[in-house]
Design a protein around this ligand. Structure first.
Ligand SMILES: *[C@@H]1O[C@H](CO)[C@@H](O)[C@H](O)[C@H]1NC(C)=O
Ligand SMILES: *[C@@H]1O[C@H](CO)[C@@H](O)[C@H](O)[C@H]1NC(C)=O
Length: 195
């Protein structure tokens, strides 16, 4: 661009008045186009920055593989059948813990969807609540007390005096059930990036 300008100036110096005017017009057009270009460059730079920011800082939350986003939390339904403690270790080994979902009905939808995909089987899964003192005090692993309204009617029933671990049953409403900690069951993990 500068060499073009220089050329225009040199040419202007040796020409007649009318040619000089014409060349001055060309010169001013060149300068205009330079201003336009610099404006376009700054607009394009802004656009590029905005696009990069959008890609690097997504608007909503995302979940790392193999977790699935349900509202604003990440869950993983394991196909394995293990005891409650083994399930907890498994979840803790994948940057999480047994699930302590905030929105139980969102999880119900998630489980019913998985159930459909797997052939409409009923899904029974260990989750993160427990009667740790075996005295009827049920707590979520995050410290919340289990809401009495979230149990399936008649639960917890401490069947055979051996049910101290938390369980969801996908087709029961509400889903909460007490279950033996030592039986083998599928389980639901929840991602906790700080763990
Ligand atoms: C189940 O979830 C999948 C994505 O994992 C989705 O594509 C599908 O539409 C859902 N099906 C139902 C019945 O909600
Ligand atoms: C039940 O056991 C838990 C855990 O050991 C304890 O914190 C709680 O105080 C006990 N509650 C009752 C009512 O005994």
């Amino acid at each position: 661009m500068y060499s073009l300008l220089l050329l225009a100036v040199v040419v202007v110096a040796g020409q007649s008045v009318s040619q000089k005017n014409a060349l001055e017009e060309v010169l001013s057009a060149v300068i205009d186009s330079q201003l336009t270009l610099s404006h376009q460059t700054s607009v394009l730079t802004e656009l590029l920055t905005a696009t990069r920011e959008r890609n690097f800082c997504p608007q909503g939350p995302t979940c790392p593989y193999p977790y699935t986003l349900v509202l604003d939390e990440c869950f993983y339904l394991s196909p394995h059948l293990v005891t409650w403690e083994a399930a907890r270790r498994h979840c803790q080994g994948m940057m999480g813990d047994l699930a302590t979902p905030k929105y139980l009905y969102a999880i119900k939808s998630f489980l019913l969807n998985k159930s459909k995909v797997e052939g409409d089987i009923h899904l029974y899964v260990f989750v993160g609540f427990k009667d740790n003192g075996r005295n009827g005090t049920w707590k979520w692993l995050d410290g919340r007390t289990v809401d009495a309204a979230d149990w399936y009617p008649g639960e917890p029933n401490n069947l055979d005096g051996d049910e101290y671990c938390g369980h969801f049953r996908s087709h029961f409403d509400p889903m909460l059930n007490d279950h033996s900690c030592s039986v083998f069951s599928r389980f639901l993990c929840q991602y906790h990036p700080a763990n």
